[in-house]
Design a protein around this ligand. Structure first.
Ligand SMILES: NC(=O)C1=CN([C@@H]2O[C@H](COP(=O)(O)OP(=O)(O)OC[C@H]3O[C@@H](n4cnc5c(N)ncnc54)[C@H](OP(=O)(O)O)[C@@H]3O)[C@@H](O)[C@H]2O)C=CC1
Ligand SMILES: O=C(O)CCC(=O)C(=O)O
Length: 457
């Protein structure tokens, strides 16, 4: 079996074709990674910090090549691709300091004598399953902390991001077996989950649940970051022009293919009409949605395009009104117009499922309470944005919104790598990713009691 990826803006362009690792090959990669782990841990904080720092330098030195590869392999517009490379460098640098972070605490023994302390130790091999939409940043924000605390890593990237993952691992230049990429799909993913000591997953809700079930069965730690059905609430007192700009970016940026993208816009009271007009204008005036020098670009493949156009067509057939877009763009590649629909029936999949495209529905709420209830009425709450000039409203929303992230007067998309990141309810499972907290996820805590030799206790 082989794994291949194609340029979404030009599907005749085969980016890479490599042999799949296969199930047995993946199991062997985990065994090799386990054998390499003792020496990796023995490098100590200084050795691992230096190695991660060299990975950052190598990615930075090859930034132009990597950005071009992201554009070609996953269809991300140039500016965002360059931003992703810069973020990847920053993540390697941030976790290069992590080996020096305190890895436990000293406690006062209840009986008074000796030392009582906790210590954190790596699990062994971290199995990582990553999506195609951030083909450098997500593998890095999972691998770098796992490596920093002394695990070795086997990474199974989404097939659509295979070339990016292989080049990332090559540039990282870590010792043999420390960071291994296994190209493949479901067979390799399942084999990785069956053999690893700790698992981190980002992708669809359906596969995420299967990964959680398999790891729970084995009793090993897991974190899963899954789909989002993100809302934006716009209050009548908001700066409507600013809100429309942020929403257009959150709906159409990288063609909506972010788990943090906005797909439901909730206008409160009198905000509806001016927002509908400003947002429709912002989306239709996105210069050349097909240009990779712009903000939108193609969706990842034909199946994604057909799912999106099918959903938009069925919503319109059910009575929805397209305020912006609504059609496939007829040219090579997988392009759809940035789209805003109103009057989409409550039970329509565009209001209940993640579609991963530049398509949003506009909804009306009488007041903030109703807007929060509508925003919370989903099992996939990752990131909600709130647009208002009123601090009390913003604070109330931040407390009452059932989401992993609440962003006030900002797009729902966009993530800082040094703070915890994951969804609420079905959007996330297990401990948070990123920040310092994830270092705990990749380590097991043990308690150590030290008594003086010859102690009577
Ligand atoms: N939250 C997020 O950031 C993301 C969400 N998504 C959502 O997921 C949808 C599909 O995207 P896709 O990339 O295919 O993501 P999936 O979650 O469907 O797949 C992720 C990876 O896991 C593999 N896999 C499948 N079954 C198993 C299993 N039982 N155990 C372990 N691994 C398995 C898949 O292989 P194979 O390809 O062979 O099925 C793929 O390589 C998108 O349209 C979007 O809605 C996608 C990307 C990111
Ligand atoms: O919004 C972002 O910058 C990150 C989104 C993300 O993590 C994802 O789509 O998986």
């Amino acid at each position: 079996m082989s794994v291949s990826s194609y340029n979404p803006a030009d599907p005749s362009d085969l980016v890479i074709e490599v042999a799949a690792a296969g199930g047995p090959g993946t199991t062997q990669a985990v065994a090799d990674a386990r054998a390499a782990q003792t020496a990796w841990l023995a490098l100590g904080a200084g050795g691992r910090s230096a190695a991660l720092g060299r990975a950052a330098d190598a990615v930075e030195a090859n930034a132009d090549e990597l950005a071009a590869l992201i554009v070609r392999e996953v269809g991300k517009p140039h500016a965002e691709a360059r931003g992703e490379v810069a973020r990847t460098v920053a993540i390697w640098r941030y976790y290069a300091q992590a080996p020096y972070a305190p890895s436990g605490a000293v406690h006062e023994p209840a009986a008074g004598e000796g030392l009582l302390l906790t210590r954190r130790r790596p699990y062994g091999v971290a199995g990582l399953i990553t999506p195609w939409n951030f083909p450098l940043a997500i593998p890095t924000w999972k691998a770098a902390p796992a490596l920093a605390v002394g695990n070795t890593v086997v990474l199974k990237p989404a097939p659509e991001g295979t070339a990016c993952a292989l080049r990332l691992a090559e540039l990282a230049g870590l010792p043999e077996g420390v960071l291994t990429v296994v190209p493949g799909g479901a067979e390799e993913g399942a084999a990785l989950v069956a053999a690893s000591d700790v698992v981190s997953f980002t992708g669809s809700t359906a596969v995420g649940r299967a990964v959680v079930a398999a790891t729970t069965e084995r009793g090993i730690p897991v974190q899963a970051e899954m789909g989002g059905l993100n809302a934006a609430i716009v209050l009548p007192d908001a700066d409507i022009a600013q809100a429309a700009g942020h929403l257009a970016a959150a709906i159409a940026g990288y063609a909506g293919q972010k788990c943090t993208a906005t797909s439901r816009v909730i206008a409160v009271g009198d905000a509806y009409e001016p927002l509908a007009e400003a947002l429709a204008k912002a989306l239709t005036s996105i210069a050349e949605p097909t240009a990779l020098t712009g903000v939108c670009g193609p969706v990842i493949n034909q199946a994604a395009l057909e799912r999106l156009t099918g959903a938009v067509d069925s919503a319109v057939a059910a009575g929805a009104n397209a305020l912006a877009g609504g059609h496939r763009i007829e040219r090579d590649g997988w392009f759809i117009e940035p789209t805003l629909l109103e009057q989409v029936p409550a039970e329509h999949p565009l209001r209940t499922e993640e579609f991963f495209g530049p398509v949003a529905v506009l909804l009306r709420a009488a007041d903030l309470d109703e807007a929060i209830a509508v925003a919370n009425d989903t099992p996939h709450s990752l990131s909600t944005s709130v647009h208002t000039r009123d601090l009390d409203t913003a604070l109330a929303a931040a407390d009452r919104l059932d989401a992993g992230m609440v962003r006030v007067n900002a797009p729902s998309s966009g993530v800082d790598f040094h703070v915890p990141f994951s969804g609420a309810k079905g959007a996330g499972y297990g401990p948070r990713e990123q920040g310092q907290a994830v270092l705990d996820f990749y380590t097991a805590e043990r308690t150590v009691t030290l008594l003086p030799a010859g102690s009577p206790r």
